[in-house]
Structure formats: C-alpha cells, structure tokens
Design a protein around this ligand. Structure first.
Ligand code: ADP
Length: 739
C-alpha cells in the first residue's frame, strides 16, 4: 500500500519533540460528521486520504475542514498513515458538504460515492509486458518463436496478448524473454488516457450553431459560474455546439477537466465513438458496465488530472476531479438523472451546485427542457440559447393523433388500421418503422379468468409482468421472478391465467403475424441485457438491417437512424395514468423524443400517436408542435398549486415489516410536525405501492413556499420524534417518484 507516513504513535505528548496537529477525518460510512484525530505536524491538507483507527478497525478516510468533537488531546487517537494519492480538491470537499446538507443524507454517505473505487488509492500494481529485444546470435528460431517475434514491437504487450496474436502458448513468450530476444518491461495497468486534440476544429457550424457556440465560449472566457441552456430541437446540433464549449474550456487552462453527463448507459457507447471522432482521442468513460479495472483506471486518472475529458452516467458527478472546469448535462430533462436508491439526488441540480461551488460554467442541453430549467431561464438565473431548426434543414416529423375510439384495432390486437397501413406503406417503400411502447415484457398484468386473482409479487402489491420469451412472470419493482404457473394459485383453475394488455413482446407477436416477411426486432432492457447487446440492435437498425423495431424508451433517446421515417406510438396515454405532478411533462418529453427519431436525414418523417384521449392538452400540444404553449399551461397549473418549481416539496417514506408500527409512527410523526407559515404537511397516507418486499409503506409530503428553508424545517421536525428500530425513514428532497 502506498502510504507515506509510518505508523504514528497514540495521542500522548510526543517525545521526539515534533509538533502534533489536530485534524478532522470523515469516513465513507453513514456518519453525519468528521471525527478528530492527531497527526504529526505539518498536518496533511484538507482532502488528503488517510488511514485511522475507527472502532476495532482501521478505516480509510479523508481529512475534512473541521473536526466534530472537542475531545481533549489525551483521549484522541492518531491517524496511522497518509496515502500518497492526490488529495480531493477543496471544491469537491465543499460539494460533499453541500450535497449532504441539501439531500439530508450523512456526509459520510456522500463521501462513499466519491470513494467507490476501493483499490484505486493503492496505486498501480505494475504488470510485466514485453517489447522486442536483441536476439542473441545463433538463437534457434522455431516457427512459433518467429510468430511471436513478428507480433512483438516497441509498444509493450503482455504475454497473453503476444501469445494470442501469434497463436502459441504463453510459455513460448516467456522462453523467448529468457533468451533476450524479448525484453521484459514493467507497465502501469492503468495506462493514461490520450489527450484530446483541442486544435483540430470540429464540423463547420451553421450560423445558429456558431452563434450558440460563441455565446457559450464567451461565458467560458469570462470565467466563473453560469448555467446555460442549449434549447434546440432534436438533430439541431446541440452536441456539436457543446463539443465546442468543451474544447474552449480545455484550451483555456492546460490542467482543466470537463465532464459530459448522459442519462442512459445505452447512449454512452456510441457517444464515446463520436467524442473520439471529434477530439481524436477516446474520453475516460464512467458507467455501471465498466469492469473493476476500467473503473480504477478512470478514477485514478481523473484524480491525477490526467484524464481531461470524462463521459459518464450520473454518478460521474462524484468523481474526484482535480480541476473540473465545465460540466455538460445532455438531455437535462431526463428523469434518469434522479437517483432513487441509496443517496437520493438529482444529478442535473447537483451539477449546477457543483459548478456554482467550483466557480465554473454548466451547460444544459435539451430539446424539451424541464419546467424547472425553463423557469430558471425565465427568471434570469440561467442563460439560454436556442437552435430552432434541424441541421441541414431536415424537417421535423409530421405528428398526427389516431383516435382509438374511432379507429379501433381488431379484438385482441393493439395496432389500429391506420397505423397498420402506414407501416405497410413504409415496408413497400423500403423505409424503416419504429413501434414504441414503454412497457417491457409480454403483458403487464396476468389475471385468472375464473376467480379474478391478479398475480402479484410475494409480500408486494406489485403486478407480475409476463415475459414470454423466458416463460416467466417478473416483478419490475422487486426483481422477483417465477416460472409462469400452469394453474391459478388461488382457485387452481388450469389454463385460466390470461395476459392482459400489451408489452413490447406482444406487439412484436402481432407484427410478426401481420408482416411475416419483414425483418422485425424487439429492443428493451430485457431483450438486450447489457449495453453491448443493445448496441448491436441499434447498429443493425442504423445499418438498415431491421425493417420494424419494436422498442421501449431505450430506443427513444439520442439515436440517429437515417432511414427511419415512421414512428408509431402504440399507447400515447400510458404515461398519463397515475397522475403525478410531472406526468404530462414527462409524456411530452418522451413522446417528442421518440417521434424526433423519425426523418432525421434527407427523408421526411412522420409520427402516429394512438390515443383514447386525443383532447388531452399534452397530446394536442404534441400534434400542433406548440411546446411553449404546453409549457405555459403546465407552469400555470403548478404555480396555482404551489408545486415545484414554484414551491418546494419533500417526501418522507416510512417502511417496516411491522404494519402497526409503521402506521403508528406515521401518525406520531405527523402529530409532531411544527406548524409554520407557508408549510403544508400532507398525509400520512398509504403509499400507492403499499407493500413492497414484505414491508408496509406510508408516505407524507411536505409542501412549502419557495422562501422556506425546507431542510431546516425537516431537521427540526425529525429531531423531535424517536423512530422505532423496526421502522425505516427516508427523506426525498424534490421527489420525482410518488409510488
Ligand atoms: P442534437 O444533439 O441537437 O440532437 P446533433 O449534434 O446530434 O444534434 O446533430 C444531429 C446530426 O447532424 C449529427 O449527425 C451531427 O453530426 C450532424 N450535424 C450537426 N451539426 C453539424 C454541422 N455543423 N456539420 C456537420 N454535421 C452536423
């Protein structure tokens, strides 16, 4: 382990005359504050990684600005070592504190997100590799040895790589190294990332794009924090514009680093190639599909400041950048930025906070910005720049609603005659179609035709979704799955369990029946588990090897399919059910995005939306393309009700295996809520999914005026109530999920 200092003694006065110092150390554990320790003076700087005794163990933590306790020195312990790893930047330390205060999660839990890569601190374990050496005279060269020497060069390669290239065993490689014909070298297993080429220009920008790039360039040139929204229709070149911003930020300071956040891991892989094309070097990636070694490489190289451009999913926001100078949040409206497990946070909002603390700009990009962002622009907190047309004058798709009450599908089918005709026409024209349904599996509900029993997950009120490819019933909330039973578990009727409603697999079944010779593929996170297999389907679609793609939202975002000219939305009403406060907004965003896949190249595109409520304002707005009128209506509705972004909201969830305890605690908690001006406490009420994994769940909502310090109010309130050990409480500031 690369720890510099030898073990320090305990807290007694030092006999060697060296001064001791007192430091705070925060551990990556769910602890609210740092603990005080002694160390040899001069103390390691704030942000340095140290090892210190904590309880019975030695734990790695980080030197924190202020200690937490007032222990007298004789009671204090000393840290045991300081790591050689680069310290966390002061900006990141402040960001951890800010995030803890905002989300109401313990500081140590936030630090744990920064320290995800446990072995990165230990430095590289050097690995043996081989380069071409001096072959001694008279060396006997077998065919195998010749093949290895032909594969070897000046760039170090491992024994496995050389053996693989030459088609021989690793023993042959090692044998050659003994003779000197190959030379052994030690290499770092975490090779540095290639530097992005900041001189080489990107595409020639259109006038609009140039204006936007110059405007953001000026913000970067000024220095300091500002949030800027690039508001441009799909395909208008937002990405090209923010690439210029990245280049400008990195050129401005040779040590600067930039981060591009993307909402979906499925988008990341093709995006990495696009960055590589633009900058001549692959960026450092960060997402859940990396191997442990890839994670360590990115983490270490980011901490050293060597990796200058990172592309990642939301958790990349917690990477230990040495000098972060720009964050881009692409598709800023996307709900995938909200993390619901563990520490609950919204990566777009935290990006702006990180930029504000670090004094650097944050660029948000979207074709359908969130109402939060639009209001921030309207009220002058964010700047905005628009791109109003598609690049190269590609037209936006023509969007039409299909009223399913008048144009009903045949019984047991899901595609209306109008949509069927449109797909058939597209097939004859040799153009591609996308049928969109945001529902995985075959059928969302399995019902006994005899007794009416609905199949649910054990201990949960969640429906089991039939996945016919695997012949299983699966719960999308808990992950529970079972083989589909032959008989109803309640009334034992055989063959009575019937699928109700469609998922993508069922629509695919219908499509295969209707168009038996068409090349049809299904894409959802189940049919293509993992980003690589997803990419294969997406590549096949791009290459024109698929005629009809039936997909969930994984195909909705960011992809460019030149020959796709028809998007059919199988159930445009789906997202409107349930009615949480962002249901209409989310539907608008998702459907504009998916319809925006049509006609992105030379051929014009069209979109058909099947609906039973063609008068719903959100669908009417989609059909007329009047986004601003829709946003204005949404804003008025939320403002009337005092909902975000015009007021503040927090959700409190209580859950327990003990139903009585959870209900009693919820009532006690409610009774203890301090009354205050501008604050409304709603509930407690049973959560819409009341039972989950055997736990009963109760919810309360706190709605306040914007001027109220919500976290301070909650802290004050929660302090008053002792939550029994059997009940778990969690707070979600600005909730997006109301289940
Ligand atoms: P957005 O991010 O707004 O959806 P993109 O930046 O992905 O749009 O641009 C859409 C397509 O148009 C991409 O294939 C992109 O390479 C191309 N494009 C955009 N602007 C230019 C330009 N100035 N020159 C050449 N191609 C461009």
């Amino acid at each position: 382990m690369n720890k510099a200092s030898p073990r320090e003694e305990k807290g007694e006065p030092r006999e060697d005359g060296r001064e001791t110092a007192r430091i705070g150390v925060l551990f990556p554990l769910p602890l609210p504050k740092p603990y005080d320790y002694l160390c040899a003076a001069p103390a390691p700087p704030v942000g340095a990684f140290v090892a210190a005794p904590f309880g019975p163990r030695e734990v790695t933590g980080v030197v924190w600005p202020s200690g937490g306790d007032d222990l007298p020195p004789e009671k204090m312990k000393a840290i045991s070592a300081v790591y050689e790893a680069p310290p966390l930047s002061r900006e990141l330390v402040d960001f951890v504190d800010w995030t803890a205060a905002y989300t109401m999660f313990p500081k140590g839990a936030i630090l744990r997100m920064v320290m995800r890569v446990s072995d990165a601190l230990e430095g590289p374990r050097m690995q043996t590799a081989y380069v071409k050496g001096e072959a001694p005279e008279g060396l006997r060269l077998t065919a195998q040895r010749k093949a290895v020497l032909a594969a070897a060069g000046a760039a170090p390669a491992s024994a496995a790589e050389l053996a693989g290239a030459a088609g021989v065993s690793e023993a042959v490689v090692r044998g050659l190294a003994e003779t000197g014909a190959l030379e052994r070298v030690e290499v770092d297993p975490d090779p540095p990332f290639e530097a992005p080429d900041l001189v080489c220009a990107g595409h020639d920008l259109s006038e609009d794009q140039r204006y936007a790039a110059d405007m953001i360039g000026a913000v970067i040139g000024e220095g300091g924090h500002k949030a800027v929204l690039i508001d441009g229709v799909t395909g208008s070149g937002k990405t090209e514009v923010y690439f210029e911003a990245v280049a400008a930020a990195l050129r401005r300071d040779p040590e600067a680093q930039a981060l591009i956040l993307l909402p979906e891991i499925a988008l990341t892989l093709p995006f990495l190639s696009r960055v590589e094309e633009r900058f001549g070097a692959a960026p450092a990636p960060w997402h859940s599909d990396l191997t442990g070694a890839q994670r360590r490489r990115t983490w270490r190289r980011v901490a050293e400041g060597q990796a200058r451009l990172v592309v990642g999913a939301r958790s990349a926001l917690f990477l230990p950048f040495k000098k972060l100078r720009l964050i881009v949040v692409d598709e800023e409206h996307d709900n995938a930025y909200k993390q619901e497990e563990g520490v609950i946070y919204h990566a777009r909002d935290l990006s702006v906070a990180r930029g504000s603390l670090g004094g650097f700009p944050v660029v948000l990009a979207s074709a359908t910005p969130s109402l939060e962002t639009v209001v921030n622009v309207d009220e002058g907190r964010y700047e905005a720049v628009g791109l109003s047309s598609r690049f190269a004058d590609a037209a936006l798709p023509d969007i039409r609603l299909i009223d399913m009450r008048e144009d009903a599908p045949e019984a047991g089918k899901w595609l209306s005659p109008v949509l069927v005709d449109a797909v058939s026409q597209n097939l004859s024209a040799g153009e591609q179609s996308l049928l969109f349904l945001n529902r995985r599996g075959y059928a969302p509900l399995t019902l006994c035709r005899r007794c009416g029993h609905k199949m649910t997950a054990p201990g949960s009120d969640t429906m089991l979704v039939e996945h016919r490819f695997e012949n299983r019933l699966v719960c999308h909330h808990t992950g529970f799955s079972m083989v589909k039973p032959a008989a109803c578990p309640v009334c034992n009727a055989v063959d009575a369990l019937a699928p109700c409603g469609p998922g993508v697999e069922r629509v695919a079944e219908e499509a295969k029946e209707r168009w038996p010779t068409a090349r049809i593929a299904v894409l959802s996170s189940d049919t293509a588990p993992g980003p690589r297999s997803m990419r294969e389907v997406l590549d096949a679609m791009r290459e024109g090897e698929i005629d009809i793609l039936i997909a969930t939202q994984v195909a909705a975002k960011g992809h460019h399919f030149p020959n796709l000219t028809l998007v059919g939305v199988v159930d445009a009403d789906l997202g409107l059910a349930g009615g949480d406060l962002r249901a209409a907004e989310r539907t608008y965003q998702l459907l504009s995005q998916v319809t925006g896949r049509a006609g992105r190249a030379e051929k014009p595109g069209r979109a058909l939306l099947q609906t039973y409520q063609p008068d719903a304002p959100v669908l009417a707005a989609l059909a007329s393309g009047d986004r601003d009128a829709f946003l204005a209506a949404e804003a008025a509705g939320r403002s009337d009700l005092g909902f975000p972004p015009y007021g503040r909201l927090a959700a409190i969830t209580l859950k327990s295996l003990d139903e009585k305890a959870v209900e009693a605690t919820a009532r006690t908690l409610r009774a203890a809520a301090p009354g205050a001006e501008g604050i409304e406490v709603l509930g407690p009420a049973r959560a819409p999914i009341y039972r989950l994994r055997g736990m009963a769940r109760m919810r309360l909502l706190v709605k306040t005026k914007k001027t109220v310090h919500l976290q301070a109010y909650l802290a004050d309130w929660l302090k008053k109530v002792k939550i029994p050990g059997a009940v778990r409480l969690s707070v979600d500031i600005d909730p997006y999920s109301f289940l």
